[in-house]
Every structure is written in C-alpha cells, then in structure tokens.
Design a protein around this ligand. Structure first.
Ligand code: TYM
Length: 343
C-alpha cells in the first residue's frame, strides 16, 4: 500500500464508439457529475485511442462520436470550466506512460482479463495487439494524473484491479512510492444496467438488438416503447429488495428507476411494492423521458456548433498536460532515461 498521501483527484473515461446508452449514463456519466459537484478535481476523457482497439472505426464516424460524446458529457451536466474534458489522443503522455506500463504488466495478467477474452473471442490470433494491451493504456490514463478515485460501472472492476497491480509493481521494482493505489468507485443502484431483452446480459452498445438498450439519443416515443416491451415476469413488484432475488429483469427495471430517481432500491420498493408491471412500466417510461430528453436535446444543440466542442477539448488538453507532463518526466527520471538539456 502507498504511504504517500495523494491529493484527491478523479479520472474516468468513456469510449467514443457510437451512441451513449442508459448503462453508460447511470453507471458512469451521471456519477461523473456527482463527483464534480463534490468539488473534487475531476478529469473526464473521451478515450479515442481505446476506441480503435477492437474493430476498424471509420475516421469520420470516430470524429463524430468523439464530439458527440463530449456534447453528451456537457449536456449531462459536466462544466468544462470546473472539470477538465479531454480526448485521449490530444494528451500524448497517456500513450507514452502506457508504453512503460506495457513493460511492467505481465502477459499472464493481461491474458486473465475477461474483457480481452470476450472481445477477442475464439480468434485471439486475429485480435489487435492494442486490444491485448488495452488495460495498460487504461492504467496509464489514470496514473498519469496520479488519480485517486475512478468512478466506473462494474464491468471495469478487473481493469482497475490491474491498474493497482501495475502501480504496486512499478513502485516495488523501482523502490519508490510514486503511483497511488487507485480506488475504484463502483457505487449506486445502477453499476450494472442489464439488457431490456435479457436480464442476464449487460446493456451494451454492441448488442445486435437496439431494443435491448435505451440510447441517449432516443426520442420519447422510442424510450416508452422500449420500456413497454422490456422483458419482465408475471409477478407484482415486491416491497423489499429480497423479493427481487431470482428476478433479474424485475430487478433491472427497479434499479434503473432508483438510479434515475436518486433513491435507494429499498425506498423505491416501499413506494411501488405490490404494483403490476402494467402500472410500473409507464411510471418508469415517464421518469426516463423526463430525465433523458433534456440531455438529448442539449446534445443535439451543442452538436450544431462543433467548433465550440473542439475548443473545449483543446483547452482541456492544455490544462491536462500541465498535470501529465511533469508526472511523465518524473516517471522517466525514476526509470533512468536521460533527460534533454539546454543546447
Ligand atoms: P466503456 O466505454 O465501455 O463504458 C464507459 C462507462 O460506462 C460503464 N458502463 C456501464 N455501467 C453500468 N451498466 C452498463 N450496462 C454499462 N455499460 C458500460 C462502464 O463501466 C464505464 O464506466 N475501459 C473503459 C474506458 C476507459 C476508462 C479509462 C475508464 C479507458 N480508460 C480510465 C476509467 C478510467 C470502457 O471501455 O468503458
């Protein structure tokens, strides 16, 4: 464990690989805003270098998704003055530190990553080297800021454990107490939002069925229709969370409701226990539209002025580099890389 006390600093990121969905919003983005409002120093990143690891991205589509993600961050309540908003490729120290971490992380650690196994599938030989090294870049994203807290959904837990392992090994190998042992922050009712069509699968951008997820850009009718058609069971809602065990679809809809309401699941069940889904689903649809529609209309308004988004990202990366450049320089120094001199 680290002995040094590090200034609390929050970092997190989202891949610009298509539409933001409700899982990203409740598991990550909404909580980014909560951290900003706690007055912590907050840095949020569109991880465009990660976005190209899994499959080929059309250049125009990647640019659009990156700007749209930035618009989504702002529309959801992130203030580009209060938080630092960046795209990863504009802050080169992320990739530079990632190289160092490629030399710290062990092949065996990477091979155990469940996301690597899921994404590479059966044909690992054909997966990119970048996909394999993905978690080392993620560790660099975090540690190049000496970030202490990382709000994410549950699916990122293993990557954050690896980040701690990398920091620990680096500190141990070089006999320093330089990188913090970062805290994953996985909390709230919706750390794992599930598919609306199958309560055993997480809601995801890559699901072939659009009906499985609510996209932040869906209009009110589409949101209502997807919730109406969401898979459920024939029982009424229970009054206590114990009654949701073995009922993954019911639990998912209640979790979504609780997260959107900013209430605990117990409080929600105390209010809606005994109701049938025919009554609960319209309540959920109304709440989802009330919370998401303003974000989606603000996103499209912001997308009308893309040069403003580009300025926000450029300014964000300048502010970011004031933090990352000295940390990278110190890292190189610890490792023994000869620094440039005045000539
Ligand atoms: P990504 O782009 O897959 O997802 C972004 C965030 O959304 C969360 N999330 C969910 N939360 C709840 N329910 C779901 N169904 C759901 N789906 C996604 C994810 O947990 C994540 O918090 N590797 C990261 C991006 C990344 C990163 C980082 C995050 C790169 N560097 C450094 C934190 C710190 C990823 O692929 O997220």
């Amino acid at each position: 464990m680290s002995e040094t006390s590090f200034t609390p600093r929050v970092f997190s990121g989202i891949q610009p690989t298509g539409n933001l969905h409700l899982g990203n919003y409740l598991g990550a983005l909404k909580r980014f805003v909560d951290w900003q409002d706690k007055d912590a120093e907050t840095i949020y990143c569109m991880v465009d270098l990660h976005a190209i690891t899994a499959s080929f991205q059309e250049p125009q589509a990647l640019m659009r998704s990156t700007r749209e993600l930035c618009a989504g961050f702002i529309a959801a309540g992130l203030d580009p003055e209060q938080s630092i908003l960046i795209n990863q490729s504009q802050v080169p120290e992320h990739a530079q530190l990632a190289w160092i971490f490629n030399c710290v992380a062990r092949m065996g650690w990477m091979q155990r990553m469940t996301q690597w196994k899921d994404k590479a599938g059966k044909n690992q030989q054909n997966a990119s080297l970048g996909l394999f090294a993905y978690p080392a870049l993620m560790a660099a994203d975090i540690l190049v800021y000496h970030a202490t807290h990382v709000p994410v959904g549950e699916d990122q837990k293993q990557h954050l454990e690896l980040t701690r392992d990398i920091a620990t090994k680096f500190n141990h190998d070089y006999g320093v107490d330089f990188f913090p042992i970062t805290e994953p922050v996985i909390e709230g009712a919706a750390t794992r939002v599930m598919s609306l069509r199958d309560g055993s699968k997480k809601m995801s951008k890559s699901d072939a069925s659009d009906a499985s997820r609510i996209n932040m850009t869906d209009d009110a009718d589409t949101i209502a229709k997807k919730i109406r058609k969401a898979k459920t069971d024939p029982e009424a809602l229970p009054s206590e969370s114990k009654g949701l065990e073995e009922r993954p679809e019911a639990r998912n809809l209640v979790n979504i409701y609780a997260a959107l309401m900013d209430q605990s699941v117990d409080k929600v069940l105390a209010d809606v226990g005994g109701k049938q889904f025919s009554e609960f689903k319209p309540m959920l649809a109304e709440l989802a539209v009330e919370k998401l529609a303003p974000i989606s209309s603000e996103m499209s308004r912001l997308m009308d002025d893309q040069s403003e988004i580009d300025k926000i990202l450029t300014r964000g990366s300048e502010r970011a580099r004031a933090i990352t450049a000295p940390i990278l320089r110190q890292t190189y120094d610890i490792i023994g890389m000869v620094p440039p001199v005045e000539v």
